[in-house]
Write a new protein. Structure first.
Lengths: 366, 273
């Protein structure tokens, strides 16, 4: 498989009326990668996907396909195909005709023969595991089947990039998990670049090689899932991705990439993510960094508010003097109990507390 | 609870009889063997149908009405569908104004439209003919076509068109292979309704027909002369022609509904009729 399918986005801006949807977005999507655009609804991720597909035009900026400027090309002349959130199957055609549609739109001379069309349609239906359903109409399919048809339909022209607009959001949980793994398998099998838009962080982290986190039309961070989870670049990303607790504290000193903090009377050193000396900070601690100490020995005393069961662990939501705190334990703890909360001396990431782009603290909202 | 449903059933039945019993009687007397309209009808016969079909004026009236209705339906559906696309797909001040304006003929009294047409024909020295009959019918049927097609265009998922474009279809291909097949039931329904309205239109036709006689006009003039079961026979034909057309249309749509294309054929008809 040749390495085609790189997408370049340079300085793309788009607004609807006064409302900016995308602001100076720069992005390189490597050929053959599984790339996710992750963000809350309304952050501009679907707009960006539609601009890549050619279904929307950017106000300014350039879209590149393997280095070629395709900004002004209509969607039918781009080597990309799209899977829509609500499937968008053609209701008046059978599954097989839906899948074969992309082979019938070329100019007459370039159109594949009937035999080739039939064999490629069968091949695609087999790829998504729907060999027997070619004769059905879309109204006779379940959601999961419909989305598989949509994937087969989008892949039949062998696009260099497959664009997926929240393809799993409309599906039930079990179907969603099954289809997620199936997409991963298809990606490995074909080597096509996948650009996957989602608001579900678990989805993005579990299947992507690269994740771009978007917020209010701005790309906050582009990195592999582990980096996004372990070192979120901004307070927004830290809050949006993964569970975590945010303690408010003050910055004592900044030395290199470390910041000395004071939180609730305890001093410790965290990774610096843009704090200044003497300023307030929000420090992120992941649940796995926190542990339950005896109520005397801990750094922080928290009162357990809720205790939820997650199968392999229990999650405690506690209230502490410096904010709500989530931590994971093996055994249930009764609400109302006071526990000590501890963490290592080299843990956490410190963000400037007054970042206006960060939005609400999810722990407070939920 | 039981008592109330009993009352409801009675009222509904009475209302039903009130509406449909006269229709039944009219049709019944069309097959009357006797020669007057006294109760009960005397035996079954097709003599009035034979009599009426033997009359040259009836045959020409039927031909005129059928021709006018077919032409009206064809013209109204083309104009109306084109207008519906403009209204549904381009939202600006002009199209919004046009949408409200296109509903006006439905609300105007037909008498008013008729007088206006006569005045216009006088002004431009146009003689009444088949063409003026059709022009009048197009004016009153086009709004129905617009209404039906616009509502269909507004409530279908536009992303199927984006999907088609994305799969390589040019805008023309999208129209031919996606949009038109999906709205075909609505267009077909609109055609049938235009036909049915035109076929028994009498008020406006009265102003625009001159010496040309449509079937409804033939009935009116005949009523002036005689009242015998032949009028019932004509009325039966007037009733059946649109019913048969609408019935066939419904059957055709039911056949297509498996494909999900005709999502509300019955609704389309009831809204328009």
């Amino acid at each position: 498989m040749t390495a085609t399918g790189a997408v370049g986005i340079r300085e793309v801006t788009k607004s609807y009326g006064r409302a900016p949807a995308l602001q100076h977005v720069d992005l390189e999507i490597p050929a053959g990668s599984f790339f996710s655009l992750l963000g809350p609804s309304g952050c501009g991720k679907t707009t960006l996907l539609k601009i890549i597909a050619g279904l929307e035009a950017p106000d300014t900026g350039v879209i590149l396909a393997d280095g070629d400027d395709i900004t002004s090309r209509p969607p039918e002349r781009r080597p990309f195909n799209m899977v829509f959130q609500q499937y968008a199957l053609f209701p008046h055609m059978t599954v097989a005709d839906n899948v074969a549609f992309g082979l019938t739109t070329a100019p007459r001379r370039a159109r594949p023969s009937d035999a080739e069309r039939a064999s490629r349609t069968a091949e695609m239906l087999q790829l998504v595991g729907l060999t027997d359903l070619g004769g059905r109409f879309p109204s006779e399919l379940s959601g999961g089947q419909a989305q598989r048809v949509a994937v087969a339909r989008a892949l039949i022209n062998r696009p260099s990039v497959l664009l997926l607009d929240e393809p799993l959001s409309a599906l039930d949980r079990n179907v969603r998990f099954a289809l997620r793994e199936e997409l991963l398998r298809i990606h490995q099998e074909l080597g096509t670049t996948f650009v996957f838009v989602t608001h579900d962080q678990d989805e993005a982290l579990s299947i992507s090689q690269l994740v771009g986190v978007m917020n209010e039309g701005v790309l906050e961070q582009v990195a592999d899932p582990q980096t996004i989870y372990r070192s979120p670049g901004t307070l927004f990303t830290a809050r949006f991705v993964g569970a975590g607790s945010f303690f408010e504290g003050t910055v004592q000193a900044v030395r290199g990439d470390r910041a000395d903090l004071e939180v609730a009377g305890r001093r410790f050193s965290a990774t610096d993510a843009g704090v200044t000396e003497g300023a307030r900070t929000q420090v992120l601690l992941r649940p796995e960094e926190l542990d339950v100490a005896s109520s005397e020995g801990g750094s922080l005393i928290g009162t357990v508010e809720t205790c939820s069961f997650f199968g392999s662990y229990f999650e405690l939501l506690t209230q502490t003097p410096v904010g709500p705190c989530r931590l994971r334990v093996r055994e249930p703890v009764a609400p109302g109990t006071e526990i000590g909360i501890g963490w290592p001396d080299q843990a956490g990431i410190a963000y400037a507390a007054d970042d206006p782009r960060a939005g609400e603290d999810p722990a407070i909202v939920s | 609870m039981r008592r109330r449903s009993w009352v409801l059933t009675t009222v509904a039945t009475l209302l039903f009889l009130f509406i449909y019993l006269p229709l039944l009687v009219v049709v019944l007397y069309g097959f009357n063997g006797g020669s007057n309209l006294s109760w009960p009808p005397q035996g079954f016969s097709l003599r009035w149908f034979r009599l009426i079909f033997g009359e040259q004026a009836f045959r020409s009236g039927l031909r005129v009405s059928a021709t006018a209705a077919l032409a009206t339906a064809a013209i109204a559906v083309v104009i109306g569908t084109a207008a519906a696309f403009a209204i549904a797909r381009r939202s600006n001040r002009l199209t919004r104004w046009f949408e409200s304006g296109s509903r006006l003929p439905v609300m105007l009294p037909p008498l008013f439209i008729g007088i206006a047409l006569v005045a216009a024909m006088k002004t431009f020295a146009i003689d009444p003919s088949m063409l003026t009959i059709i022009a009048g019918h197009v004016i009153i049927t086009t709004p129905f076509v617009i209404l039906i097609v616009v509502s269909r265009l507004r409530n279908y998922d536009m992303t199927v068109e984006q999907a088609a474009r994305d799969l390589g279809a040019t805008p023309r291909m999208v129209l031919r292979r996606i949009t038109l097949p999906l709205i075909a039931p609505a267009i077909f329904g609109a055609t049938v309704i235009a036909f049915a309205i035109s076929f028994d239109e009498v008020l406006i036709t009265n102003f625009t027909s001159g010496t040309t006689q449509t079937l409804p006009l033939f009935v009116l003039s005949r009523l002036h002369r005689t009242i015998d079961p032949s009028v019932n026979a004509v009325a039966t034909i007037l009733l059946l022609v649109p019913w048969v057309v609408v019935g066939l249309a419904l059957l055709w749509q039911r056949r297509g509904s498996r494909r999900g294309a005709a999502d509300a054929p019955a609704e389309t008809f009831t809204r328009a009729l």
